[in-house]
Design a protein. Structure first.
Ligand code: SF4
Length: 273
């Protein structure tokens, strides 16, 4: 289900289970029996394990799956800890994914970076990726409860990019809505207005998909959610849109970018079935 972005040694770690945000399509509702957040306080041990892996090979590590780590930054400061740790590990590349908008949490992490020696900071800026999930305005407002607005996320992406860090745009999950062509075109136009091509490291694209067992539980919890009650197709234990809709959504987005970025910068999650 995860996009490796071509990295051979792809890992993800969950220092925090569950999320402050509440996206109606989030698989966490089907994965955990409770919505209570669980924080792993043995961060030092996670760092030690990462160092052990680094003695074997370079590591590409996503630290904000199964949660939105940055949303809890004010309480945990885990993003800042990861940033400082990563600064000292030259073969470690981090992806920090978020649906936060521009807020003090970003600034506090960037402030920690500013205090690093220049040569270390330069290396870190190649290896600490801020990934922003961007959704249709309509989807953010109706399904992604408590998350940063679309404009606030774009402002955050711009701020991070101006600070010199790589920005990844995640258009994942793409959601099928009426008028999806005009809606996604408007979203891509907004991205183009806010970020120059050179400010975007890469873009991931993927349509909504979720395992059969998770969706069963999610549907029970949200019987009136249009995104969960859609008649998805089941293939090999995974529910997703029919192939024709998947292709439509992906091509609509790619067409809307219309050469704004080289194709090598796009990573597609494709249904393997
Ligand atoms: S921000 Fe991500 S992890 Fe959090 S509820 Fe939304 S989809 Fe789930």
């Amino acid at each position: 289900m995860c996009q490796s972005f071509g990295n051979q040694h792809f890992y993800y770690t969950s220092c925090l289970m569950n999320c402050m945000f509440d996206c109606e399509y989030c698989y966490l509702q089907g994965m955990y029996p409770s919505a209570n957040p669980v924080v792993f306080v043995n961060l030092e041990e996670i760092f030690e394990e990462t160092k052990r892996l680094l003695t074997i090979h370079p590591v590409y590590l996503c630290i904000s799956y199964d949660s939105d780590l940055l949303a809890m930054e004010k309480i945990l400061s885990y993003c800042a800890h990861w940033l400082t740790f990563t600064a000292g590990q030259k073969d470690l590349c981090i992806e920090l994914r978020t649906k936060c908008g521009y807020n003090p949490n970003f600034l506090s992490v960037l402030d920690v970076a500013k205090k690093l020696p220049e040569n270390i900071l330069l290396s870190l800026k190649q290896r600490f990726i801020f990934a922003f999930t961007l959704s249709l305005d309509l989807i953010q407002k109706t399904l992604e409860h408590n998350t940063g607005s679309l404009l606030a996320r774009l402002k955050a992406a711009k701020t991070v990019s101006l600070a010199g860090f790589p920005v990844r745009i995640c258009l994942d999950p793409l959601i099928y809505v009426p008028e999806y062509k005009t809606a996604y075109k408007a979203l891509i136009d907004l991205i183009k207005q806010n970020l120059l091509p050179e400010q975007i490291k890469d873009i991931s694209l993927g349509t909504f998909r979720v395992s059969k067992e998770y969706l069963k539980r999610m549907r029970k919890q949200r019987p009136y959610s249009f995104v969960l009650q859609f008649p998805y197709e089941l293939n090999h234990g995974v529910f997703s849109y029919p192939k024709s809709i998947e292709q439509e959504l992906i091509h609509t987005v790619l067409d809307a970018f219309d050469g704004y970025l080289p194709t090598s910068k796009f990573y597609l999650w494709e249904n393997a079935y």
